[in-house]
Write a new protein. Structure first.
Length: 254
């Protein structure tokens, strides 16, 4: 049987073990943050939001509310027009290019539009973060194959990404985001293109990673997902952020 834990747990070279001393402060901390594009009005205004290490949140709000913009800021790809952003305790306003790149390596991200290397195979896309880390090709092969099996892409791992379906690309993007067992996982509509069975499997992957310590934020429009898993929501409305606590304990938490 497939052993999910092989990929996500048996990994002493990952970042999580080497940064245990950061347990006490929020892993993401936004203070009076505004997001705007050019001279357009603010998308989000005066946002204050702290995410504890190991937390799991859904990110909700209607289309255009600013979910992707907020995730881009947490991924350090978008600077706030006002306010201060701390990620892993570092004020990113003062972070240079190299330290931003180092911080980003600790974050797994699933982009809404996937952003795969389209000319490479599914296998090579998922292998990228491990190659950057300098892992041996033998070990990479074991891990990438296991994870692609889990997301039901075993038969398609040698296909060039530009030839994959939307749902297949989405699973490659997810596998690439989690293969390095990131400290933070930011996933933008990660189950938007797949059927319910695969969506449940992908959610299981996120829940397992979270149990191992990864802080997870999942942007979604799916009321079913929110109702079933019942994690707290970061809800965006009228340029503001409201955290809606989980009402009951999720059946998937234990
Ligand atoms: N690169 C950009 N340049 C200018 N405006 C942008 C840019 N990216 C996003 N916006 C604007 O910011 C607002 C928020 O967009 P964002 O993509 O963050 O919303 P969203 O909540 O992710 O929506 P969806 O649910 O449709 O993905 C929108 O009004 C959008 O037009
Ligand atoms: Mg979006």
């Amino acid at each position: 049987m497939y052993n999910l834990m092989y990929v996500v747990k048996k990994d002493n070279g990952g970042f999580m073990d080497t940064h245990k001393n950061m347990l006490t402060e929020p892993i993401v901390d936004l203070k009076n943050v505004c997001i705007s594009y050019g001279k357009d009005p603010d998308v989000l205004s005066n946002v204050n939001l702290s995410l504890d290490k190991g937390s799991f949140h859904f990110l909700t709000g209607k289309s255009g509310a600013g979910k992707t913009s907020l995730l881009s800021m947490m991924y350090l790809a978008l600077k706030p027009s006002k306010g201060t952003v701390f990620v892993f305790g570092s004020n990113i306003g003062y972070a240079g290019r190299d330290s931003m790149a180092m911080l980003r390596r600790r974050i797994g991200v699933v982009f809404q539009d996937f952003r795969l290397l389209e000319h490479l195979s599914a296998y090579d896309n998922v292998a990228v973060p491990l190659r950057i880390r300098g892992m041996s090709e033998n070990e990479i092969k074991k891990r990438v194959k296991e994870l692609l099996k889990w997301v039901e892409l075993e038969q398609s791992m040698d296909k060039i990404c530009s030839t994959l379906s939307g749902g297949e690309k989405q699973r490659v993007a997810i596998a690439r985001a989690v293969i390095n067992r990131p400290e933070i996982l930011l996933a933008d509509e990660p189950t938007g293109n797949v059927d319910n069975d695969i969506a449940a499997k992908l959610m299981k992957l996120f829940v397992e990673l979270n149990k191992l310590g990864t802080t997870v934020v999942i942007a979604t429009h799916s009321k079913d997902l929110i109702a079933e898993y019942n994690y707290p929501q970061i809800h965006l409305e009228n340029k503001s952020v409201k955290v809606i606590p989980a009402l009951r304990r999720s059946a998937h938490e234990n």
